[in-house]
Design a protein around this ligand. Structure first.
Ligand code: GDP
Ligand code: MG
Length: 388
């Protein structure tokens, strides 16, 4: 039998983000290599990370790779994604549920459009702690790296991060992967910065259990498994749950994290939950597994929404009542109708109140964050203020 997961250290979810080709995947592989050598992780080569399993959900392919490792003080689940669209989707839907992130910026190229967009997304979804990996430090000169560092600190400050004090660590994922001591040490320094700078988030362990479904799998002979990050509460084998969206009740018959059985899943854990008697096609990404009766799904809510400016990748024209974009709430994406009340319109760059009527019910509650997308781009970010 597989060895059980033993919870000896606090668990956090982190990830790499940044512009394509700045070295996110190489750095992810390098981190696992450095920690494998320390004996607290398993090396995951570049190819295994970059060819993450694809999930086709409602015609949209989502790529997300999870790797797992430990430092001296913490257990981490780390996500890396191949494409910009994957970041946008996973970050705004909260599928990545990042407690902190490593912003990878090539010291040769500096800030590029996706660097800026990921920082904006991180801010919107409440990733309050970023650590910067100034990557490819093996290839450029120090003065160029100094300039890029300044530029990154300015970008962070402009987006509401403490740009002066955010750790910026010069690394080379590529050379660390090749085992060069100077650069192996740089990756160690980066991990130390993550350990000390990203605080342990508050976990709502005593709240009723809630898991937004990220993926659904079938294990032959055992049944339907849903995966995702536990948003709140705890879950044990034998617990009763309801699957909102699927309209079914079930009992948990198995719980795993990274392929290892666990006695109890807690808020913040990345888990696979085996559900008794639930047909594979009844459950989808976007559904929510919850303690029975603990959440009430709805279609109508009011929200405070920031409409992205054109320069932030948003619209160049205002929204008006009757607008029908897609709403990304947890892992769900649902179309809905916007009502802007007396004002009737909302211009890019403005923060407005709106009432939304979704096409189908999802669990809603005040404080829930969401994104608004249209034609493959993010046009707004909001928070639910009241339901019903
Ligand atoms: P991603 O798109 O951000 O995941 O970037 P990759 O990890 O796929 O790397 C993109 C390219 O940059 C590849 O050719 C890597 O070999 C190269 N690269 C990554 N890290 C480094 C580094 O630290 N130094 C140098 N010189 N090249 C790097
Ligand atoms: Mg990559």
């Amino acid at each position: 039998p597989k060895t059980a997961y033993v919870r000896t250290k606090p668990h956090l979810n982190i990830g790499t983000m940044g512009h394509v080709d700045h070295g996110k995947t190489t750095l992810t592989a390098a981190i696992t290599k450095v920690l494998a050598e320390r004996g607290t992780g398993t090396f995951v080569p570049f190819d295994r990370i970059d060819r993450a399993p694809e999930e086709a959900a409602r015609g949209i392919t989502i790529n997300i790779a999870h790797v797992e490792y430990e430092t001296d003080t913490r257990h981490y689940a780390h996500v890396d994604m191949p494409g910009h669209a994957d970041y946008v989707k996973n970050m705004i839907t909260g599928a990545a549920q990042l407690d902190g992130a490593i912003l990878v910026v090539s010291a040769l190229d500096g800030i590029m459009p996706q660097t800026a967009e990921h920082v904006l997304l991180a801010r919107q979804v409440g990733v309050d702690h970023l650590v910067v990996a100034l990557n490819k430090a093996d290839a450029g000169d120090e003065e160029l790296a100094d300039l890029v560092e300044l530029e990154v600190r300015e970008l962070l400050t402009a987006q509401g991060y403490p740009g002066e004090s955010v750790p910026v660590v010069r690394v080379s994922g590529l050379k660390a992967l090749a085992g060069e001591p100077r650069w192996t040490a740089s990756v160690e320094a980066l991990l130390d910065a993550v350990d000390t700078y990203v605080p342990m988030p508050e976990r709502y362990l005593d709240a009723p259990f809630l898991l937004p479904v990220e993926n659904v799998l079938t294990i032959t002979g055992r049944g339907t498994v849903v995966t995702g990050a536990v948003e709140r509460g705890r879950l044990r084998v034998g617990d009763r749950v309801e699957v909102l969206g699927a309209g079914v009740h079930s009992v948990v018959t198995g719980l795993e994290t990274f392929g290892r059985p666990m006695p109890e899943a807690q808020a913040g854990d990345n888990v696979a939950v085996l559900l008794r008697g639930v047909p594979r096609d009844a459950v989808r990404r976007g559904h929510v597994v919850a303690a029975p009766g603990s959440v009430v799904p709805g279609r109508r809510f009011t929200a405070r929404v920031y409409v992205l400016a054109g320069a932030e990748g948003g619209r160049s024209t205002p929204l008006s009542t009757g607008y029908r974009p897609q709403f990304y709430l947890r892992t769900a994406d649902v179309a809905g109708d916007v009502d802007l009340g007396a004002a009737g319109i909302a211009r890019p760059g403005e923060t407005v109140e709106m009432t939304v009527e979704l096409d189908r019910e999802v669990p809603l509650e005040p404080g829930l964050g969401f994104a608004i997308r249209e034609g493959g781009r993010t046009v707004g970010a909001g928070t639910v203020t009241s339901v019903g």
